[in-house]
Ligand binder design. Sequence first.
Ligand code: GSH
Length: 388
Amino acid sequence: MIVYGSIVSPFVRKLLAFLGEKGLDFELKGVGIGDPDPGFRAASPLGKMPAIDDDGFLLADSSAIIHYLEAKYPEPALIPADPEARGRTVWWDEFGDTVFAACGGKMFFNRIVAPKFLGREGDLAAAAEAEAEELPKLLAYLEGAIPASGYLVGDRLTLADLAAVSPLVNVRHCGITIDAATYPKIAAWSEAILSRPSMASWIATDADRLLVGLADEAAGEAIVTLRHDEASNAPTCKAGSVRGGQAIADASCTLALKKLGWATAGVDRNGKRQALPRLRIAWTKPDKAGADSDATDEDGLTPISPERWILPADYPGTRAQGASEFILDVAPSGRPTACHITKSAGSDILDRKTCEVLMRSGLFLPALDAQGKPRPAQFRSRLSWAIE
Ligand SMILES: N[C@@H](CCC(=O)N[C@@H](CS)C(=O)NCC(=O)O)C(=O)O
């Protein structure tokens, strides 16, 4: 399946996260606003992103595409079947798309897209008004509506969370921070949703390191300039003002080309290539993730927050103790798809509970294939159940 769109669009981000959560394979074909790409034009009658070409089946609109995919690939369900839960999920999708994205769009479009990508001035008064008048009301509503479960609908991830969090990223791209003291629930919920590999791989720099194969300890920065090379009809990149050596220069250019190379092909209304802004790419040393000390084989997977996978409340309330050894099959999205006990803890209850908590909470930065695309992998480890 081909997905047409740009990763800066909240609607595209929602769809990409949905595809990641489903573990579906796709090729992202980068297109800009008003892009003349014939495949995109055929798939999107109004020229809006995202649009898909699924083996010849063409469809536009993030929600239409998501409903199509949910019907085609029902597992894992991201649109609940229960009538009330389904209704609320559709509400949050609508809130994200037409209310929150519209407000965020006034800031993001006028402050970033218009001046940086379209070469014209944005309506800064409209952006300021959206920030001062509209945004606080929407955030207040969202803050009051996030349930204790940490998910917008029910007690697990649904389309509702992906749809409502996506426009928040555009708000953040405008340099607006969501104050955790004023909006503690939004801060915790958005951090949890945005750190899922299905989202993080399109946003975070940790995933960027994986994408370009830069070692964890390498740090520095570079200013990169992307251009479209007419002779080879391909994007090219030059790194300047490099701090941190050749590895940083190469990683910065590889990242810029992978994520934004497509944008160099864009043309303005007169058919002239659009100049892209120079980008400063900084690589800071990431905090060491709390690695699971029991891990024995990661097969290229990086476990995310293993210390939060199992909570004291998960202890099954028996006097049983022991360690279950297991293998998790992990989808390209980073979510486990199957759990196999390879050595029993000597208790069926503990073995069952081991797989139950891992399937519910296990989360990984995906393993990458030679082309840098997330691939399926296996994670082997053991879980010790003890009474303190
Ligand atoms: N309801 C649509 C909205 C899509 C949309 O407005 N996308 C914007 C980019 S964020 C776009 O392509 N705009 C170009 C245009 O309006 O010409 C969806 O959910 O996919």
